[in-house]
Design a protein around this ligand. Structure first.
Ligand SMILES: Nc1ncnc2c1ncn2[C@@H]1O[C@H](COP(=O)(O)OP(=O)(O)OP(=O)(O)O)[C@@H](O)[C@H]1O
Ligand SMILES: O=P(O)(O)OC[C@H]1O[C@H](OP(=O)(O)OP(=O)(O)O)[C@H](O)[C@@H]1O
Ligand SMILES: [Mg+2]
Length: 283
């Protein structure tokens, strides 16, 4: 059994559970259980507060874990980084009251900064040679300047709307963060084998992200030009149609180039274009 620690509720929960489900890990349902086993796969899932995940993985309570890079770095965890998962992207930034003049990090000299990430903040301030006081609070950090608890804050920013609604402005981005798969350094060979299977599945899911399968009918005399627009994984599949003047072409395209590619295909005379989602991709 490989034991995976995941956040029990919060910002990481939904996408973590979706990733596990897409990887074929279906949990045996039980109400209010913090440890659930999976059906048909030697994995069990341990639900924890995200702050506790790096340490649980480092000390072997869990074998692997899914946690924000911010928590992993803050805890200085002995766990090893196995894979970046690409979701829950955010950044850790310093922010100050919006009406303050700001002309560089020296603004923070002698100031008090409220944060839930004192470790990362300390490293940053040391690198910059700034002496400031840190006020550690575990939540609602953004209200600290407004109630006179601190002069500035150091916290998670994503859209920036929490800063705006607290009359703050972001002045320094200190680190970028995303969800990570981390693992204990001393996994047994058996556990490594399960982990490798899990990684294979995660990679197939990530590979399919942002990609679409396209099928279309093309006039034979335009085939070369159409193939140039549609690179495909290796090269597009081309099959003849009953009408000898036409062929069917199938390929994979990146969603971000979708409309541009479809426009070119149409102008080259492609017809009957079908676009299908891709669930998994194994090269
Ligand atoms: N606004 C956001 N946008 C994107 N990712 C975020 C955002 N806020 C937090 N995250 C990421 O999700 C992780 C979990 O955030 P969440 O707010 O659920 O944590 P928490 O309040 O500490 O929860 P817990 O009760 O588990 O300790 C953060 O550590 C960060 O990596
Ligand atoms: O830039 P934004 O898009 O506004 O996101 C940033 C906010 O999101 C997180 O809080 P969350 O909403 O998860 O609430 P929490 O304090 O209960 O963790 C984080 O702590 C910030 O406050
Ligand atoms: Mg937390």
């Amino acid at each position: 059994m490989l034991r995976i620690a995941v956040q029990s509720k919060g910002r990481l929960y939904d996408e973590t559970m979706m990733l596990l489900e897409e990887a074929g890990i279906k949990l045996n349902k039980a109400k209010r259980t913090l440890l659930l086993s999976a059906k048909d796969f030697p994995v069990e899932v341990l639900f924890l507060r995200d702050d506790d995940i790096p340490q649980s993985v480092a000390n072997g309570t869990a074998d692997v874990g899914i946690v924000g890079e911010n928590e992993y770095v803050e805890k200085g965890s002995e766990a090893e980084l196995i894979k970046r998962l690409g979701f829950s992207k955010c950044r850790l930034s310093l922010a100050i009251p919006k009406d303050e003049d700001y002309n560089g990090v020296t603004w923070f000299e002698g100031k008090t900064i409220a944060t839930s990430y004192p470790g990362i903040l300390k490293t940053f301030l040391q690198e910059k040679g700034i002496k400031a006081n840190t006020h550690v609070i575990t939540g609602s950090v953004e209200i600290a300047p407004g109630i006179g608890l601190a002069d500035a804050i150091f916290d998670i920013v994503s859209s920036g709307s929490t800063l705006v609604s607290n009359q703050l402005k972001e002045v320094e981005v200190v680190m970028q963060s995303e969800a990570l798969l981390i693992g204990n350094k001393d996994l047994t060979d058996e556990k490594r084998e399960i982990l490798n299977e899990l990684l294979f599945r995660f990679e197939a899911i990530q590979m399919a992200e942002g990609k679409k399968y396209v099928l279309l009918n093309a006039p034979k005399d335009k085939l070369d030009e159409i193939i140039e627009v549609l690179p495909g994984m290796k090269s597009p599949t081309v099959t003849p149609l009953a009408n000898g003047e036409w062929v069917s072409v199938q390929s994979v395209i990146a969603e971000k180039h979708f409309w541009e590619i479809i426009g070119k295909l149409k102008s080259l005379g492609a017809e009957g274009i079908l676009v299908l989602p891709i669930e998994k991709m194994i090269l």
